[in-house]
Write a protein that binds this ligand. Structure first.
Ligand code: NAP
Length: 251
């Protein structure tokens, strides 16, 4: 009997989990991407791209493809997709869990300002001009135009087009992981005095937080959206083992 697994991805963890589960005998893994990144990474399993058309569309896909296990391994800020996955899993009864890396925790020496949203974070940069390093997705930058008095250095995977409607903005295109030494050099060299980021968690983009701590730079950090009450694991080992358990009990 072949087990069909659908992984909702867009993250490093989704890619790694797909590779781990695909090596199992009689396992077919499909990884789903929203299709926002113009040059997605290479994946070790077949990939499907684009929205499903809401929870009902995802439920149809699960039924039509006879999916045996659904894993939500989307980004911690992909609240809508996670909500849709939970609804579709309930509707179809497909075994389901979520893989979500743990949030970063404040440690001694961190100078963090908590924000509930990106707009809130921009407001918390204050009225005086700051030199701000921004590490948000390109679709999340609109609130920056409400604070045109700051100077922004924006780092993103895809180019920012059109550019921000603010007088001082520069852009860097780069994909993590980022090393501590280079982050330290960037922050110090650019005389950054605030970072605007999401609490994405994980190692790949943590170096900026570490470098900010060393340099005494404020990090205005957008907290995560609240997720549904879904069984969640935060590491690869538990995700692989739970996937096998769920498939075994379904069989
Ligand atoms: P979202 O707002 O949760 O999703 C919006 C819609 O996109 C979903 O309703 C769904 O459309 C489609 N979608 C999202 N993920 C999908 C997937 N894996 N497969 C198929 N369709 C998918 O999420 P988002 O707009 O993708 O991202 C929201 C936040 O997450 C942003 O903060 C973004 O920066 C962050 N994010 C970060 C990374 C990263 O750093 N690696 C990757 C992704 C997202 P339908 O309703 O039509 O099914």
């Amino acid at each position: 009997m072949t087990h069909r697994i659908l992984i909702l991805g867009g993250t490093t963890e989704a890619r790694e989990l797909a590779a781990r589960l695909a090596v199992g005998l009689n396992t077919e893994v499909v990884l789903s991407l929203a299709g926002r990144t113009s040059e997605p990474m290479q994946y070790p399993v077949p990939v499907r791209i684009g929205g499903f058309g809401g929870p009902a569309g995802l439920a149809d896909y699960i039924g039509e493809r006879r999916i045996d296990l659904l894993i939500d391994a989307t980004h911690p800020f992909s609240a809508q997709m996670s909500r849709h996955a939970a609804i579709a899993a309930t509707e179809t009864g497909v075994p389901f869990f979520k893989l979500c890396r743990a949030a970063w925790q404040k440690t001694e020496g961190d100078f963090w300002t908590d924000a509930s949203s990106i707009a809130d974070a921009v407001g918390k940069l204050g009225k005086n001009k700051r030199s701000v390093f921004v590490t948000l997705g390109r679709q999340e930058l609109a609130p920056l135009s409400s604070a045109p008095h700051h100077s922004y250095l924006v780092r993103s995977v895809d180019p920012i087009d059109p550019p921000l409607a603010v007088p001082e903005a520069r852009y860097i295109q780069a994909r993590g992981p980022f090393a501590l030494a280079t982050e330290r050099e960037l922050l110090a060299g650019e005389k950054i005095d605030a970072i605007l980021a999401k609490n994405s968690g994980g190692d790949a983009t943590y170096a900026k937080i570490h470098a900010a701590r060393e340099l005494g730079i404020e990090v205005v950090l957008v907290r995560r959206p609240v997720h549904q009450d879904v069984e969640t694991v935060d590491n690869m080992k538990d995700a692989v083992s739970l996937a096998h358990q769920r498939l075994a009990s379904a069989a």
